[in-house]
Ligand binder design. Structure first.
Ligand SMILES: [Zn+2]
Length: 490
């Protein structure tokens, strides 16, 4: 049966049944496979001289002795414009890929890898099969990130799996929030004892990311969330163990004390250390969400809130700019919570929110996190807060969480208004079906493909584990345990 749909394989492949973004075409012959093995020639047309070598090396890694041969040459396919675009075909005469850059070559190879299944009839795989197909593909958003939380409870292996899986699903950035787990040599008091996010581990992950096409962005919560812990735990990564650093924080410790000049100095030193450790990426996230209880100490209350906050944020943004990068920050304190325009949307700012927003440098990327069901304002206009930041002149990223129903709508709105990008947040839900939901629906939305209800998440997750050569039971599947260990102790 020959199937032609308007949709395309952006990330996870199966039968696509609804319209995709205008840059995608996909046709394939269902149940019509050709061998994909050592006898296959993959012809690659790409102006980047590194692309053929990258493809060949990764085929060797993925397929061993059954790796197809890669040759450079004209293929007669025309990718769309853009760094990440690619076109590919699979037929009796082999596999053809055309891409404008190494990035497009990578995405093409990932799409085909997700589709390849082992040849039948043997005990061990002796080559693979690919369906006959033709694809042109490119994303509708250039910045597509996941936001990952390195909690003390999260295994480092899980962080690597999350980064690798994000790349396989064609996210091209991962923002890493350390939650007290970053090993600062400059300020070791800042992290919990025995942190697993060591500088060596960061360098290793950054290098992996560079190879597989995902840039890691560091984050430090530079205002609220200064405890590096969830509020519901009342833990504090600094004050519980090093109370001598109390002057750096507001009473209670949830926010940094931003009238203290030592706070700005310490944060700059932490930013510099982490930014360099991450290989000086083009962005640095300064957090700043949920800054509840800010400005309560005797010194902070002497200065008007907008003035104090702006001095702090502007100082950090300028410092980050001096390092050749741009600051990103959460949006919630930049919207006046009493403004009826934002009814139904997340906003925690006070009456000085607009003054703070208007004073921010215009290169700060505003990360507008909206997790609930609202998608339109009372007049029916979509995503009013995102539009507002865009109209104020800021690059704005839409940041959903677990609500799959709003991801596509949010991403499409960002694309329609020329917004900056899409950040899929995951928080403490990077496990189980929530992980699948966030990554799968988030990937479709970010790339601009229709959601497909297939089972490819598990195949993609397994490929990632295979790449890592995992051997520990805990590093398989999307849950550490299939039955809670305590169950057997009853
Ligand atoms: Zn203070």
């Amino acid at each position: 049966m020959r199937i032609k749909t308007l949709a395309i394989v952006a990330c996870l492949v199966a039968l696509h049944v609804s319209a995709a973004n205008k840059y995608q075409t996909f046709e394939w012959e269902k149940n019509s496979f050709v061998p994909f093995d050592a006898a296959t020639t993959v012809t690659l047309e790409c102006p980047d001289p590194a692309a053929a070598g990258w493809l060949s090396a990764h085929y060797a890694e993925w397929y061993g002795k059954a790796a197809p041969k890669v040759v450079a040459g004209a293929v007669g396919l025309k990718p769309e414009k853009g760094d990440e675009a690619y076109a590919a075909s699979v037929g009796e005469t082999g596999v053809k890929i055309a891409a404008n850059t190494l990035a497009g070559t990578r995405w093409a190879s990932y799409t085909l890898r997700q589709l390849a299944i082992a040849k039948r009839g043997t005990v061990k795989a002796e080559g693979r099969l690919l369906p006959k197909l033709k694809i042109t593909d490119r994303p509708h958003l250039a910045f597509r990130a996941v936001h990952l939380c390195w909690f003390p409870e999260v295994r480092p292996q899980q962080m690597e799996r999350a980064i690798r899986l994000a790349a396989l699903l064609k996210f091209n950035y991962a923002i890493i929030e350390p939650w007290g787990m970053y090993e600062s040599k400059k300020h070791p008091w800042w992290h919990w004892p025995n942190p697993t996010m060591t500088q060596a581990e960061v360098r290793r992950l950054v290098a992996i990311g560079k190879d597989i096409g995902i840039t890691l962005i560091p984050q430090i919560n530079c205002y609220g969330h200064a405890s590096s812990s969830r509020g519901c735990t009342i833990k504090h990564s600094v004050l519980d163990i090093h109370p001598e650093y109390e002057p750096l924080f507001e009473p209670g410790g949830w926010c940094w004390c931003i009238s203290n000049p030592e706070t700005q100095r310490v944060l700059r030193e932490l930013i510099a250390e982490m930014h360099e450790n991450f290989g000086n990426p083009p962005f640095f996230h300064i957090g700043c969400d949920e800054a509840f209880g800010a400005q309560t100490c005797p010194e902070c209350v002497k200065t008007p809130h907008a003035e104090l906050a702006l001095k702090h944020f502007t100082g950090l943004a300028e410092f980050i700019r001096s390092r050749g990068a741009r600051a990103m920050m959460w949006h919630d304190m930049l919207l006046d919570k009493s403004d009826p325009r934002w009814k139904g949307f997340i906003k925690f700012g006070g009456k000085h929110a607009t003054e703070i927003l208007d004073g921010l440098p215009k290169d700060v990327v505003i990360c507008d996190w909206q997790y609930w069901n609202a998608t339109k304002d009372k007049d029916g206009k979509p995503w009013p807060t995102i539009t507002y930041f865009k109209e104020k002149g800021f690059p704005v990223a839409g940041c959903p969480w677990m609500n799959g129903g709003v991801m596509t709508s949010m991403a499409n709105h960002i694309a329609a208004i020329g917004g900056f990008g899409f950040i899929e947040t995951t928080w403490h839900h990077l496990r189980g079906s929530d992980w699948e939901k966030m990554y799968k629906w988030g990937a479709y939305a970010a790339w601009g493909s229709p959601v497909s209800h297939d089972v490819s998440f598990q195949r993609s997750l397994r490929l990632v584990g295979n790449d890592m050569k995992v051997t520990d039971y805990l590093d398989t599947g999307y849950l550490n345990h299939q039955v809670p260990p305590a169950w057997w102790a009853r």
